[in-house]
Write a protein of this length. Sequence first.
Length: 91
Amino acid sequence: MIIRLVIAVAIGLSVFWLGRTALRAATAGSPRPRDEGAPEDVEDLDVFFVCGECGTEFQVTRLGDMQVPRHCGEKMQVVRRPRPAPDASLN
């Protein structure tokens, strides 16, 4: 009975050690997250994310790490529109 207990504990510790080693090996190659810089104000550039499926638009006002969002299951298109000229008749 004691021999079976010792063998069971040895097998359990071996399985634990192998599992822990395998998990460490699997996660060792994963990239570390980059340090994110401060977001930059880009409201004056008139950049929009536009959904090609439904036409939903998001204006970009602050830019950090640029990742194009998804809408309707598809990546949105980045569109830069020229700013309209100020109307001289309003002065």
